[in-house]
Design a protein around this ligand. Sequence first.
Ligand code: FPP
Length: 250
Amino acid sequence: MSIEHNLDPNRIPKHIAVIMDGNGRWAKKQGKFRVFGHQHGVKAVNEITEGAAELGVEYLTLYAFSTENWNRPKIEINALMSLLVKTIKKETPTLMKNQIKLTTIGQIDSLPGECKAELQQAIDATKDNTRMTLILALSYSAKWDIVNSVKKIAVQYKNGEIDLSDINENLISGSLSTNRIPDPDLMIRTSGEHRISNYLLWEMAYSEFYFTDVLWPDFRKEHLHEAISNYQNRERRFGKTGEQIAEKKN
Ligand code: FPP
C-alpha cells in the first residue's frame, strides 16, 4: 500500500511551510546553468501544491525568493522574476480549477512592476477560493517582518493607542505579514541543508522540521507523503511532558 493511503486523514498538518532548495545544484549536476534548475523547480511547485490540496492541507507557504536572494547575480534574479511572471500567468487557471487562493508575504513593493501586476491579478482572481491558501514568500525575510512589526507597534504606542501592557504575543503575531495565517505545523526543507535561513522565525517556534536530501526539482507528491507520514509519527508536546499529552488523549 502506498504511503498516501497510510496517512491519518485526521492528522494532516493544517499549514506546511517549504524551503525549496537545491535548484542550482540540480542544474550543475547536469552541466546546465542554475536557471535550468529553477525552471524544473516549477514542476515540483505544481506537484506539491496539488498534492497538499488533495490531502486537505489548508495553508501551503513556499519560500520563493528571500530578501537575501537579491544579492545573487543580476542575471539569475531577472530569470527568477520572469519565471515567476510566466508561471503565475500559466497556472492561474489551475489554481481556479483546484479552488486555491493565492496570496503573498514579503516586500512585494520591491518586486519588478510586471511581477507585481501579475501577482495582483492572480490574487484578485483567486480571492474567493476556499480549498487551500497558497502563500508565496517573495522578497521575504523573517527578520524584516519582525522589524516591521516592531515599528508598527512603536507607532501605536507613540500615538497612545496602546499601553505597554497591550504588547503581547497576539499583538506581535497580528502585526506580522503572516497575520490571519496559522503557524506552520510542518516545515520541509529539501537538498540536505539543515537551516531555516531567516524563514518564519516567529511563526515556527513549535513547528516540526523535516529535512530531505531530495533536490527541489526532483520533489514529487510521494516525497510530500513521506514528510507527512514522518510528521504523523511525532509527538507534539508544545513544552509539556509526554505523560501530559497521553493523559489528554485518554
Ligand atoms: C533555492 O535553490 C531556490 C530558489 C531561491 C528559488 C525557488 C524558485 C522556484 C522553485 C521557481 C519558481 C517558483 C514559483 C513559486 C513559481 P538554490 O538556487 O539556492 O539552489 P542551490 O542551493 O543548489 O544553489
